[in-house]
Structure formats: C-alpha cells, structure tokens
Design a protein around this ligand. Structure first.
Ligand SMILES: *Cc1c(COP(=O)(O)O)cnc(C)c1O
Length: 370
C-alpha cells in the first residue's frame, strides 16, 4: 500500500462554475438605477439560486437586506456576521421558527393566521418586524383581500410585533400588462394602512415603476439572467454571474448515417466532426436540451448534438475546426446566455442555475477577468 504522503493528488473534473463578484455588484447597481428610491432585499434563497451564498456574500454588502426561505441558512448568515435585515419570504413553518426569528432578529413574512397565533405566543421582547402578505391573484401564499385588514389589526395589537410591511408577490409581472391588476388589488386591500410596501420582483423592478415602493425584492436579475422569456439579460443591462465551463475529452469523425449517443437521437447527414464534453445531466446540464442547443467551444458558438448523458454531451465542431481534446467549452455564461440554453430545454434560467450539482467545482473571481 502506498504511504498517504506519496499518493498523487486527484485532479478535479473539468466541469466547473466560476462566480463573478463584479458581475453581481454590477447587477445590484442596475437595481439601484432602476429603483433609486427603494431599498433592496437581495433574494438569496436556494443557495443564491444555485450560485453559492457563501461565495457571494462579499459582493452583497451593498444590499439593504437578504431574503430567503431557509431558516438554517438565515441562522448561518447571522453566525457569519451578517448584521443587516434578513427576511424570511415564506415566514415561519412552525412555532420554533418564530422563536428563532425573535432570538436572532429575522423579519418574517406572515401569510396565514396560524403564523399570527405563533407570534402572539411570543414574549413582548425582543420585537420583530413582519411582512404581511396579500394574495393579489397568484393564489399561492397570502391573505385574501377580505381578510387582509383584519390580519393587520391582529398583528398591530401584538406587543411582539414591531414594524408591519405590506407585501405581495406578482404572478405575471413578466407579461405585458401583467402587474396592473395585482397592483390595483394591493392598493385596494392596503388602503388606510401605513407603509412601508414591498411588491416588486425582478420583472416588476424592470417594467413596473409603480410597484417599486419602499422595498424591492430582486432575485434573478442579481444573477444576470432575464426574468422575461423574450428579452435577453444583456439587453436589460445585466451581466451573468455564473460561468459554467468544461473541456473536450473526446473527438469523433462521423460519416453520413453515423449516430451519436443514447437512442441514436442524432444521425449525421454528412461527414462531420463532433467533440465530447465532460459535462452531463449529473452536473446540472439539462437532459432535455435537444440537438441544436447553443454552446461555445474555444470561444466559438456551436450546437449540441444528440442526447445529453450523465457525464457527457456531444457538440458539433464544424464551426470550430481548431478544437482538440482539452479545448475549453462554455455551457453557459458570457458567450451563451443561460436563458438561451433554458429556452432550448423548455425551462427558465432559474431552474438551470439552481440545478448545478455538488460535484461541479466552484470558483470565485473578484476581478473583471474570469
Ligand atoms: C423568489 C422571490 C422573489 C425574487 O423573484 P425574481 O423573479 O427572482 O426576481 C421576490 N419575492 C418573493 C416573495 C420571492 O419568493
């Protein structure tokens, strides 16, 4: 047996993401430019949409608060020394969450009356801030308009409650005309109640100035992806935070009639060369991405061919004759927007960044170059 010290060091697989802190800072400034009078919760649920909250923290210091749904992560943030507000977007799931919130100073969304019962069982100190959520038409979480003012009065009567922010979340802010009705429903339900207000997600920050109010809640735009199906992140002035890369580990020369991958889902109609990329669905690349999904090899845009496997996928090398084994591949990032890959695979950029697998190496860059 080899002594431990003489073991060679295992090299990581080529699939890796690089997180750009300058890009995140840029996107946060973009939020400020669009909603200059509003404070901003940076939405960091799901480990910052899969980017890795820990890595991003240094670039989030300009946010006014962080918003998420996971209590263990909120506690971790306090232990890490995050002193600014933290908002729990779905509020407490059980009474112990309310106690934790009071102890470490979390703001809680309140979307159903059980959560008010739990708050009423707290001692009067320390007091905590709440966001009272209206169901303005999404029919996911929130009080009905007819119950909203009653819920507010119940909260206002509690000694454990400090500030009450009035909140709603839009179902259709990414569609033309999509937030008009919800904003009207909110204003109607909130009539006569004191501000602050918090309404806007990324799509509303970009398209609905009437929804900016006191606190905006940007998520996807912070990460440099688009909340809209038909407008690119670049056209919105956003910079991609995640760069997902790997390398070629194989090359094949095909004759007309040769097939590629499982199910022979792609068949060459002429002689062509293809490259095999060390990245598959077990890395978080979408298995449903069909032949033709954009990808870049040696900085040149090309397309995938055939079915995505667990650890590999194939690319057409026709536009990149110089490609060799070892050549760099961009799955998504600066050259291939994640939104384009998502559209090709029938999903949204949110799902792709959230799905990066644990085995993918993670790197962070603090300067402009990656
Ligand atoms: C996730 C979330 C957001 C952020 O939405 P984006 O579309 O990513 O900007 C805002 N508010 C609530 C309540 C959320 O759950």
């Amino acid at each position: 047996m080899l002594a431990e010290s003489s073991l060679p060091i295992a090299m990581p697989r080529a699939a890796r993401i690089t997180i750009s802190l300058p890009a995140l800072r840029h996107n946060l400034r973009r939020v400020r430019g669009l909603a200059p009078a509003s404070r901003a919760w940076a939405v960091v649920k799901a480990d910052a949409y899969g980017h890795g909250l820990e890595a991003l923290l240094p670039a989030l210091d300009e946010a006014d608060g962080l918003a998420l749904v996971e209590f263990d992560r909120a506690q971790w943030l306090r232990e890490r020394g995050w002193r600014k507000p933290i908002l729990m977007l779905e509020g407490a799931f059980e009474p112990a969450d309310v106690e934790l919130a009071a102890r470490i100073g979390l703001s809680l969304a309140v979307h159903e009356s059980r959560q008010i019962d739990w708050l009423s069982a707290l001692p009067p100190h320390p007091r905590l801030d709440v966001h009272l959520k209206l169901n303005s038409g999404m029919n996911r979480l929130g009080f009905a308009a007819s119950d909203y003012q009653g819920a507010w009065r119940r909260l206002r009567a509690l000694q454990s409650v400090a500030g009450i922010t009035l909140m709603t979340h839009f179902a259709n802010a990414d569609l033309a005309g999509g937030a008009t009705q919800a904003i009207a429903a909110f204003d109607q339900a909130a009539q006569g109640l004191e501000r602050p207000h918090s309404l806007a997600n990324s799509a509303a920050i970009i398209d609905w100035p009437a929804a900016h109010r006191d606190w905006v809640r940007p998520g996807i735009m912070l990460y440099g992806a688009s909340p809209f199906g038909s407008r690119s992140a670049a056209s919105l002035g956003l910079a991609p935070v995640m760069q997902f890369e790997s390398r070629l580990i194989g090359r094949q020369q095909l004759s007309a009639g040769d097939a590629v991958g499982y199910g022979s889902a792609f068949i060459a109609d002429r002689p062509m060369s293809i490259g095999i990329v060390a990245c598959g669905y077990a890395d978080g690349y979408p298995r449903h991405a069909p032949t033709g999904t954009p990808i870049a090899v040696c900085g040149v845009r090309t397309r995938t061919v055939g079915r995505v496997s667990m650890d590999m996928l194939a690319v057409d090398l026709e536009p990149v004759p110089q490609a060799v084994i070892g050549s760099p591949v961009e799955l998504w990032g600066d050259q291939v927007p994640v939104d384009e890959v998502a559209a090709s695979a029938g999903t949204i950029g949110y799902e792709l960044t959230c799905a990066i697998a644990p085995r993918v190496l993670r790197q962070v860059t603090s300067d402009g170059a990656r």
